[in-house]
Design a protein. Sequence first.
Length: 324
Amino acid sequence: MHIHTTHWTADMSTNSHPPAHRSEHVLVIGESLIDIVHKGEHSIEVVGGSPANVALGLGRLGSSPRLLTALGSDDRGRRIAAQLESSGVTIDPASWSLSRTSTAAARIDPAGGASYEFDIEWVLREPIQLRAARVAHVGSIAAFLGPGTDAITAFLETIQGQALVTFDPNIRPALVGSHASALARVEHLATRADVLKLSDEDARWLWPGASTDEVLDHLLERGATIAALTLGGDGSIAATKENRVHVPAPTVRVVDTVGAGDTFMAAFIHRLIIQPSLLNNPTESELAQAVHFAAVAASITVQRSGADLPTSTEVHAALVQSQK
């Protein structure tokens, strides 16, 4: 097995920019938050939470997501629902399960990086229903925080073979418990996931001292069909048991990194929906095209303040620009 570094021309077939309306559906399970973003002396409140961001990105790309989350019937909860619904996300009615909506305070440093403080509750009042979804995505705090995480475990065990499962642990050390328990949780969910995406920070925290190749190999051995690592400015790597590709990061001016990994995840799921052959021994070129699509989408988000994920039209325009 080898790593293939690609500098290539974007795939501009219909797979790169599908029609706005599609029949595919994705069930995204996980937390929604209000991000209170502190940058210098200024603060703003924006809709956030990794799974909510993934749902937002999928909606803006046209993949008809349904989000099962946990919201309070308060102004913040209604704001989250309104923003997501305006971008094509269906809020599962079972999501209204909290007395108040969770928050996360993000502080942006001069280099554009983000650190977080959370006030979050993760409760699911009803059993999770797959319904018409072809893909089930789980991740972030909801994969670790009880009692909702137990419902996720039970759900994933019942849908094997019925839907594609994607997983992004999006580790928040202050919220995932001890290293041993978090690692055990990731290892268990990895056996249920078809596609896993981690950041290089996630990988270093989970497996200190392991190389990128060792992390990818381990995830594939656990059962993943595709494993991907995002490396910030160093690009992204995706691997199957047969192929491994490294795609450089687009060169852009970074405003902040909030939502970048979620954008990558949403865009990669979108490509899986419109190109299911990616799960059937994809070639290096096919794998690289999917990673490039996700990286270009993420590069749009980092040029904007907050988790303002791109639309299909914006990603298509950026793909065209990347060819010049």
